[in-house]
Each structure stands twice: as C-alpha cells, then as structure tokens.
Design a protein around this ligand. Sequence first.
Ligand code: NAP
Length: 524
Amino acid sequence: MTTPLLQNFAAGRWQNGSGDGETLTNPITGEAMVRVSNEGLDLHEAYQFSRQEGGVNLRSLTYAQRASLLKALVEVLTQNKARYYEIAQANSGTTTKDSAVDIEGAIFTLGTFAKLGASLGDAHLLREGQIASLSKDGMFQSQHFLNPTPGLALFINAFNFPAWGLWEKAAPALLSGVPVVVKPATSTAWLTHAMVEDVIRANILPIGALSIVCGSSKGLLDHLASFDVVSFTGSAQTAQIIRSHPVVTQKAIRLNIEADSLNSALLDPTALEGTQSFDALVSEVVREMTVKSGQKCTAIRRIFVPKLAYEAAAKAISEKLKRVSVGNPSNEAVRMGSLVSFAQKQSVIKGIEELSSELDVLFNGNSGAFMDVTQTQHACVAPVLLGSSNPKPLSKVHELEVFGPVATLLAYEELNDAFDMIEKGEGSLVISLYSDDPKFVVQASTRLGAHHGRVHVISSDVAAVQTGHGNVMPVSLHGGPGRAGGGEELGGLRALGFYHRRTALQASSLMVDALLKQSAVWVC
Ligand code: NAP
C-alpha cells in the first residue's frame, strides 16, 4: 500500500505536489505514516491569492470580529483533539502529557488571543502613545497609529511544536488582519496539516486567510513581496540563510527569528542542599530535561549552582532522572517518549559526545533498555547530565545546543563568575532564578535581563503556582536577543506589533480626533 500524500492548501484549493515527496515516519517503529510534497506548486499564485483574497477579507473585519474567528477556531480544534493526540504520538513520539504541551498549549494561546482581541472592539487600527503638539497653539498635532501590514505572514516552523508553533504565530497574525501561509518542518508536518485541514473544512476563516505548504523549503522565499513578513523558528544556521536571502534583503522583508538558545537556571549562592530553592531547582531541571524529551527551545541547558552545592545537586538530579522510564509513548508506564526522528537521535548522541570531551558524565540513563521498543533503529534517548566543578575555562558548553534530554551542571565560586558564564551563551530565551532573597533577584535580573527574553523567578511563595521555566505563556514575551535570534513573539497584544506598520499622523486636532475614533489602544 502506498503511503498517503498530504495535500497543500494554496490559492484557495487543495493541491497535490508531484513526485515521491518526503516520507514522515514513526520514530519508535520506523513505519512510514504519510508523505508530503509541494513540487510543482505555483507559490507566486498562492501568495498573491493569500494577499488579495485572505488579507483584504480579513481586514474588512474589525479586531473584535477577527477575535470571534479565533474563538471559533478554538472550538473546532477542541472538537478534533483526540486525532491530534494520535498523530503526535505516532509522528513525534510523545507521551500524552508531552503532546498536551503542544496541543493544549496551541488551543490555550488561541483562546487567550480571542479574549485579548475582543477588548479591541470595533476598531480597524491601533494607536500608540499620546498626542504630541507640533504647533504653539496646539492645533497641529502628531499621533502614532498602527495599521495591519497589507502583505502576508509566512511562517517557517521547527519540528518540535507542530501545533503550538503554528497557532502561537497565527493567533496574533489573524487578529491583526494578516493572512497566514505556514510551512511546517517536514518531519512532523502531519499534525500541523491535520489542524489546518479541520479549520479549512469548518469554513470559519475567509478564503485565503490560511494556507499550508508542506515539504521542501526550496523557493519559499523567492515570491515574497514588500509588506510580507516572515516568522521563522528553527536553527541558527537556517536563520542565517533566511536573513541573507536576496528577496528578504532587497524587499526589506520584516523578519522574526526564534533560534537556538542555551537557557540557564541559576541557584542563589546561599541556597544549599536542604533549602526550598535547592529543591525547586532540582525538580525544575528534571522536568525541563524530560518534558518533550528535552526538545523545547526554552529547556534548561545550563544549570549554575554554588560550588558547595555542586555534589549534592548532581546527586539529587541524577536520583530523579534514574526514575524516568523512557520508551514507546503508547505504553502508559512510559514517562518520556522518543526524539522526533532517528536523525535527531544521531545529532543528540553526537552532541553528548562533544560536550563529554570537556565535561564529566554525572548521569547517563542510556545503558538500560527502552520500554516497549523492539526495533533496532528507534529515536529513544534517555536523559544525560554532564557537569563540571571547575567550568570557568570551558567553552563548548556555552556554544553547543544539544536538542534532547541533556543538560550541564556547572559550579560557580563567585556570583560574578556565574554571571560571566551565563553571558557566554550570547543571548537566550529564558533564565530561571531560584531564591527567596529579593536582593539577589534584583542583582541577577539587572545584570542578566538584557541577555534574556524572560527572567523566571521561583521563590517559595510562588513554588506551587509558578508556570514553569520552559512554559511559554501567551501574555508574556517569548524570544531572546543575540544567539536566540533577536525575535519577539507573544507578550499579549504586543505580538500584534510585528503584523502592523507604525505611522505618525501629523494633522489638525480635528483630523487626529477623527482617526482616534477608529482606533483602539494597543499596549499601555
Ligand atoms: P531547522 O532545521 O532550522 O528547520 C526549521 C524550519 O526551516 C523547517 O521548517 C525547515 O524545513 C525550514 N528550512 C530548512 N532550510 C531552509 C531554507 N534554506 N530556507 C527556508 N526554510 C528552511 O530547525 P529544526 O531542526 O526544525 O528545529 C530545531 C531548532 O529550532 C533548535 O535549534 C531549536 O532551538 C530551535 N527552536 C527554537 C524555538 C524558539 O522559539 N526560539 C522554538 C523551537 C525550536 P524542513 O523541515 O523541510 O527542512
């Protein structure tokens, strides 16, 4: 039996790509699941249709009307959830709990933007800041407005969040009135495809507002036009190719890049074994290493603890990792499934070997068997904790992102040494601080804030309610400077900024007032 081919939805119709395409497999059994191809697809036509039909129709609606579309999307996706979990398990190798991070995260984010969008009411544009007077009599004024960009939004996504990766970007884009074309990562495109298919079938969005192109990235950027925007999530190498693409540079295409990140966890220098901060760090590290098998851009990669706590932290983390069962996610006794593909497994094993050349192996769960896994070529990798009690001279640990259940424990003597080492990551998505001391938190946040998109502080008073180091909340900023790509996503209504163009209106107070009546306040 031939493997089914997923169709692309472009130019308002379902279209087959030609050729054999690429095959998506089950990472536990190696079984071929579906194929994808966009060969022969007319991307110029697809993009034009998206701008002219999708964009124009979306922007004829108000923010509140578009917010109600997002609410309807939530309903459709919720009704079809069971199938998404099946696909995630079969194609991404995730347990039900880990699939939920992606699927429920996607639906929650859409729901949040539906609510935020409703608050913008019947407006067609946004306003920012206050009126400034440009004349002595105050009659000639300036006011900043934001208009939705009249182009399309192209999303090029990573393999690790096929559901959330689409909707966390699409929610603010659609709410802004900007049509979406998504190109999911090939290895896990099936789940993105299933969600898009359900949404198209439900006929909620104007035709052209949502398109999907699966398979090769060849030619994807060639047909972009001025006013289009590209939001990319993936590796730093691919980001570099996209940044320097001639169409992107010539047409000044606005880019948002979410790339690699060597996120840190930092324990207060006075928080030794036995303190709540120490225990919180141990639990959070184990959670971050194992959720989605460590395939989260926000996962903790580097753990900084005072030298006096190093041995105890190594022992406590290892003890917990020992209890993590790894294997076939369809077995309910399994806590951590596989990586998304055999290729990813090889990349992770190579990364562990590279890091091991300068670090000690504190825990490696890969000597035992994996639960319910019979094939020799599977994508399971058990957690690995590497570390050093004297990491100051080391470099690889601050450069190499191993995208799996792998983290490094690094001791510091002086707090400034920890800060210096954290900064060697050259910009990350998130750092978590473990402390009950506001002075330490102020010192660390002030020094390290500009290096991170998010500073997540875990103190005893919020230990039970904190949202987790690696969880991206729709109302908080996601993205990081430098190596992390320099992008910004989410952050509540701030996310709409990427999909709007800012204009300074200079006019009489009468004219400014007239436009103000059509606008909603963006971000206070
Ligand atoms: P990747 O290899 O860079 O691929 C990302 C996307 O780019 C895929 O859709 C890929 O398509 C596409 N692509 C590849 N070459 C391209 C080209 N020349 N032009 C245009 N598009 C191209 O990354 P990945 O392996 O999927 O994802 C893992 C990485 O993503 C990790 O480094 C992780 O840190 C990062 N990540 C970051 C975030 C964040 O928010 N900061 C979130 C998740 C993941 P194909 O799949 O068809 O090759």
